[in-house]
Every structure is written in C-alpha cells, then in structure tokens.
Design a protein around this ligand. Structure first.
Ligand SMILES: C[S@@+](CC[C@H](N)C(=O)[O-])C[C@H]1O[C@@H](n2cnc3c(N)ncnc32)[C@H](O)[C@@H]1O
Length: 199
C-alpha cells in the first residue's frame, strides 16, 4: 500500500538538527517529505553542483547531502549566522558542503557565471525576488525547486498573492518543463531544457 510517510529513512544528522531547530524556535524548517524529494533529485545528478538558498538550520541541506555522490558539491547560503551555526555543527565536516553566510541575492549576482544542476530556492531571493537570476544559473537538465506553495499557517498577511504570482511566473517560463505537486508543503519543480531562454 502506498504510504507517503513510510520508508523515508532520514539522514543520520537529522534528528539532532531537528532537536536544535525546536530549541531555537525556528518555525520555517522544511519538512521531511520535501527533504526526501530533494534527496531523490540530488541522486539523479552524479557529480552534480547543488545550491540551496536559505539554509536555515540545515534540514534540507542534510537531505541533499544524503542523496549526493562523493563527486557532488553543495553550496548553501544563509543570512543568519546563528541558524547556519546549527548546520555547521552537524554537517560542516562534510567536504562536499560549503556554507556561505551572505545575502542570497548578492550571491546570485556574484556567481552569475556558475551553473548548478539543482537549485532549492528556500528564501525570498531566488524565489519571490530575483527569480530570473536564479533560473539563469541552472544548467540544462537542472532542477529548480520551491516548496511552501500550498497555504501555510505561518504565512504573513499578503503572502498568498505573492505565491500565486510566483506560480504564474513559473508557468510563464519558456523552455522549462514544470510540475506542481501536492506533496509536503506544496512543491513546484522546473527543469531547464537545452532550449530555455532566460532574460
Ligand atoms: C524557509 S527558511 C529555510 C529552511 C531550510 N531550507 C530548511 O530546510 O529548513 C528561509 C531561510 O532563509 C533565510 N534568509 C532570509 N532572507 C535571506 C537572504 N536574503 N539571504 C540569505 N538567507 C536568507 C532565513 O534566515 C531562513 O533561515
């Protein structure tokens, strides 16, 4: 019988990261099913270059690392040092990972020559602002992933129209294959085709 919560087998570091996340009262953490999907996508790109915008405490980071092979690399970008410190404590020993403490929009601009095989855009930059900057960094065949596309209890007033506008923008992206999933908090995935033109 299909059970979407069964058999997720989380990464080893996850329980401790979750414990510290609760202690910090950090309420924007990604859920396990989103992580499990990211792990599958990461496993589809051997030797891949991965980018996460908005590390938080490192939950999705841990899932991505769990799917990556030894030749893959992940850069994760977080503005708040105290949050990234949790990821650093539990995942910082992994030589495939680079944690950057900086503004994600600045990162997207500074790294405009870089190409990634998967971008998990989990903060405003690269998602609600600078979407095209993020899509430009996607390699052909690369995945662009966002979550929290379904209404969430912690949404601020006025956030719903921003989400609908984003879904509309994603639908309007030419040269990308797209799917929306009622999975976890609501996921949208674009895959860049070789023909994609990003302004
Ligand atoms: C939804 S949470 C990320 C959750 C995380 N990916 C996870 O798996 O639990 C968004 C994160 O983005 C960070 N953030 C917000 N604005 C940012 C910015 N301009 N640059 C970098 N990080 C930012 C926040 O501090 C927060 O940790």
């Amino acid at each position: 019988m299909l059970d979407d919560a069964a058999g997720l087998s989380p990464p080893a570091a996850l329980a401790e990261i979750e414990r510290e996340t609760r202690e910090l009262g950090f309420a924007m953490a990604s859920e396990a099913r989103a992580g499990a999907l990211l792990r599958v996508l990461a496993a589809a790109k051997p030797g891949g270059w991965f980018l996460e915008l908005g590390t938080g405490t490192g939950l999705a980071t841990a899932w991505l690392l769990d799917g990556m092979d030894s030749a893959s690399r992940l850069i994760t970008v977080e503005a708040e040092r105290r949050l990234a410190a949790v990821a650093e404590r539990h995942l910082g020993g992994d030589s495939r990972l680079e944690i950057r403490i900086e503004d994600a929009l600045n990162f997207l601009e500074a790294e405009r020559e870089q190409r990634f095989d998967l971008i998990f855009a989990d903060c405003f930059p690269g998602k609600f602002e600078g979407l095209e900057r993020a899509l430009r960094l996607l390699a052909p065949g690369g995945f662009y992933v966002v979550d929290d596309m379904l209404p969430q209890a912690n949404w601020l007033a006025g956030h719903a129209p921003e989400v609908y506008a984003l879904l509309n923008d994603l639908e309007g992206c030419h040269g990308f294959a797209r799917v929306e999933l009622s999975w976890a908090s609501g996921i949208a995935i674009l895959v860049r085709t070789a023909e994609a033109i990003v302004p």
